[in-house]
Design a protein around this ligand. Structure first.
Ligand code: PLP
Length: 398
């Protein structure tokens, strides 16, 4: 018999569910789609995914994989061919040697956060993480009963990490430090000197570093520096990376973690419990992504560079907005304190009244107040339209 409202009991959830956060980009997307369904025109600058199609050679490799029968379960840690390709590619790019046994392939890179925090953090263990930062870090730390210890990324320091600030927060309960460079939502990139300073201070300590490097191929100035490259850091670093942003493959769900082999085995065991494995045909396509022509990555980065100028210049012309140049990823994170509005109120008003979907800085933690995040994964024409609509709204309302 179908359950009806009259027979339904109040939903009693496990305690831990009250501590689980979310990623509000998906909520804003739903609200924006509802407005569109009601006939409104909306420019989407909320969601963090490249608007480019996946390159044709990768698509064809995926289609062929389906035809050749890659339609079954595979090993939880990932297909050997892809673990090897990742070890080679990620190692070459960072100048370190990586063994395939250190690689775990996951459906998107997000599960690496989930599994690593689940595997390493006990109740009351402290985790140092960026605020503003990707909301799933804080959500997961709270979910497992850990203690979240935020560090700030300051606009006046070009959103670089202040190594001294992180070092000052380490206690004997610290188990994990989370880094994210290039950084979502600020576009900040840690220069090599900052990473070196941090590595020196962390070497020899009994803690892990989760280094989220998902945007490492999307840097506009300078080079990517991974903390795993520094002495004493390899065995205590978990590198998180993947295919979603680099190869415009968000919907294929493909990511990976690189970590010491004994931890990799336990993370793979979590995967056995959660999803069994990552889709086999996706993994075969990913081998082609890594080993094939890389011009799709370069072309996408150059197009993002063009859009970056349009959005940053445009935002800086709007009264009350002040925007720094992001050095990596595809987000602009303007300061909006000059508008006199709170971030959430402003992002709601822009969505409902101006037709521009963006995220409140507070979607990335309390210290994101005073900012909005605009994803420039949209065409120059649409970005220009959004800028015009915001400017017109500001003129009418402020
Ligand atoms: N890390 C950061 C900083 C991100 O911004 C994202 C996606 O938005 C991810 C990880 C997760 O990527 P994936 O889609 O591969 O799970």
């Amino acid at each position: 018999m179908a359950t009806t409202a009259t027979t339904m009991q109040g939903l009693r959830l496990a305690d831990r569910m009250s501590r689980l956060g979310t990623e509000s980009a998906f909520d804003v997307l739903v609200r924006a789609k509802a407005l569109e369904a009601a006939g409104r025109e909306i420019v989407h600058l909320e969601i963090g995914e490249p608007d480019f199609p996946t390159a044709m050679q990768i698509v064809e490799a995926g289609v062929d994989a389906l035809r050749y029968g890659w339609t079954h379960y595979g090993p939880s840690a990932g297909l050997p061919a892809l673990r090897e390709a990742v070890a080679e590619d990620a190692g070459l790019r960072r100048g370190i040697s990586i063994d395939p046994s250190e690689v775990v392939i996951t459906p998107g890179a997000k599960p690496i956060m989930f599994f690593v925090i689940l595997a390493l953090i006990d109740p009351d263990d402290e985790v140092i993480y960026p605020n503003p930062g990707f909301p799933i870090y804080e959500s997961m730390i709270n979910f497992v009963g850990g203690r979240p210890v935020p560090y700030a990324l300051r606009e006046e320091h070009d959103f670089d990490v202040d190594a001294g600030d992180i070092i000052g927060k380490i206690t004997d309960r610290t188990r994990l430090v989370i880094l994210n460079s290039p950084h979502n939502p600020t576009g900040g990139v840690m220069p090599r000197e900052s990473v070196a300073e941090l590595a020196q201070a962390l070497a020899g300590r009994d803690l892990f570093i989760l280094s989220d490097e998902i945007y490492s191929r999307l840097i506009y100035e300078g080079e990517h520096a991974s903390i795993a490259q520094f002495p004493g850091m390899r065995e205590r670093t978990i590198i998180l990376d993947g295919f979603s942003k680099t190869y415009a493959m968000t919907g294929w769900r493909l990511g990976y973690g690189i970590m010491r082999p004994d931890l990799a085995e336990r993370v793979a065991q979590l995967q056995t419990n959660a999803t069994s494995c990552t889709a086999s045909f996706s993994q075969i396509a990913a081998v082609t992504a890594l080993r094939g022509d890389q011009s799709c990555v370069d072309e996408m980065r150059e197009e993002f560079r063009r859009r970056r100028s349009v959005i940053v210049d445009g935002l800086n012309k709007i009264p009350g907005f002040r925007c720094r140049q992001p050095h990596g990823a595809f987000y602009a994170f303007p300061n909006i304190t000059g508008t006199g509005r709170q971030s959430k109120a402003l992002s709601d008003a822009l969505l409902n009244e101006a037709g521009v979907a963006a995220l409140s800085g507070t979607a990335f933690g309390a210290w994101g107040e005073g900012h909005l995040r605009f994803s420039f994964a949209n065409s120059v024409e649409n970005i220009q339209k959004a800028l015009d609509w915001i400017e017109a709204w500001v003129k009418r309302n402020l």
